[in-house]
Design a protein around this ligand. Structure first.
Ligand SMILES: [Zn+2]
Ligand SMILES: [Zn+2]
Length: 330
């Protein structure tokens, strides 16, 4: 009787179980690989969803970390919803804690055409009504990490003078090279020379909808010493990130190479080479004359190639141009 009662209580819970795509990406030496989205909106600015929905979506999509970043100076729902930007974070935090996700406190500093996200803020409302540089100085007083959002959204592809001033004063740490599923190629050339952290975010205002068999299309990979706010802040400030869009990655070789090493192994079996992919990023390889596709979490075999064991990863792009390539062992 007790057992039947237990079944009656437990089964409905199991039946309602939410489904998570675990989206496994292996760690690299010394660091945890974290999947993050640092740019999302809710009804507390111009989004259409409640803060907890963002957390539930992030969990479903296999993320480790998210930031809700509503606009400081744009509140189209202010007749109905508070303009206090600490509220979306406060509402989302208990669910994030329960689901084991890291929720980064953030805002989108919104001054005309220039939008800069500030993460790890301690006073969510301190930049409202202030000009850009003053807002960024305020964010820095709070030890925030800052990055320029969607630089080309108004059709200008240049490094804006206002942004240059902020960067010169040490008020800007990174730039979105991917926003809302779109790569902005002009931003790639800024990453190395200007010493910027590279980011890929959704900037989602509606619900996050993902076609069957696919994953969230814009993700920032963060290589963190610890899976918490301090670890993520340190990694962002030290520029240990890669931008992931659909099946392609962009970044510096010092991170692309160890990630490729932890994802991919190659072994020889008689007259064959067998490539194994240990993660959720499919790998497109140029091996000699042959292009080899190694699906996520799968193996592909090819005839033993002649000539040098050089592998080019066609979907791992260096911000300085070209793709990652290296000499493999098999
Ligand atoms: Zn924006
Ligand atoms: Zn935004």
């Amino acid at each position: 009787m007790r057992l039947i009662l237990l079944f009656c209580l437990v089964l409905p819970l199991l039946a309602q179980g939410e489904r998570r795509n675990p989206l496994p990406i292996p760690d690299i030496a010394g660091y945890s690989t974290l999947k993050c989205d640092f740019h999302m909106h809710t009804v507390f600015s111009d989004g259409v969803v409640w803060p907890e929905t963002r957390v539930a979506e992030a969990w479903r999509d296999g993320l480790d970390c998210l930031a809700i970043t509503d606009h400081d100076d744009y509140h189209p729902h202010k007749e109905t919803v508070s303009t206090d930007l600490s509220k979306p974070h406060a509402i989302a935090a208990p669910l994030a804690r329960r689901l084991g996700l890291v929720l980064v406190p953030g805002i989108e500093i919104t001054k005309g055409d220039l939008h800069v996200n500030a993460l790890f803020v301690t006073d969510f409302n301190a930049t409202a009504g202030k000009p850009l540089l003053e807002s960024l100085r305020e964010a820095k007083r709070q030890n925030a990490f800052t990055f320029w959002n969607h630089p080309g959204w108004k059709g200008r592809l240049d490094w804006y003078p206002e942004i240059d001033e902020a960067h010169r004063q040490g008020l800007l740490d990174g730039v979105e090279v991917v926003n809302f599923g779109k790569l902005e190629p002009q931003t790639l050339g800024w990453i190395g020379p200007k010493n910027l952290t590279i980011l890929s975010n959704t900037d989602i205002h509606e619900l996050v909808e993902i076609p069957a068999g696919q994953h969230r299309e814009s993700i920032t990979l963060v290589f963190a010493r610890s899976r918490d706010l301090d670890g993520i802040r340190e990694a962002l400030k030290q520029r240990r990130t890669l931008a992931w869009l659909r099946d392609e990655l962009w970044g510096q070789p010092n991170l692309l190479r160890p990630l490729a090493d932890s994802l991919l192994s190659a072994r020889r079996a008689d007259k064959l080479v067998i490539f194994r992919n240990r993660g959720s990023i499919p790998l497109s390889l140029q091996v000699g004359q042959e292009t080899v596709f190694v699906h996520a979490n799968a193996e592909t075999r090819i005839e033993l190639p002649q000539g040098p064991k050089k592998v080019e990863v066609l979907n791992f792009h260096l911000t300085a141009g070209g793709n990652l390539s290296f000499t493999a062992e098999w």
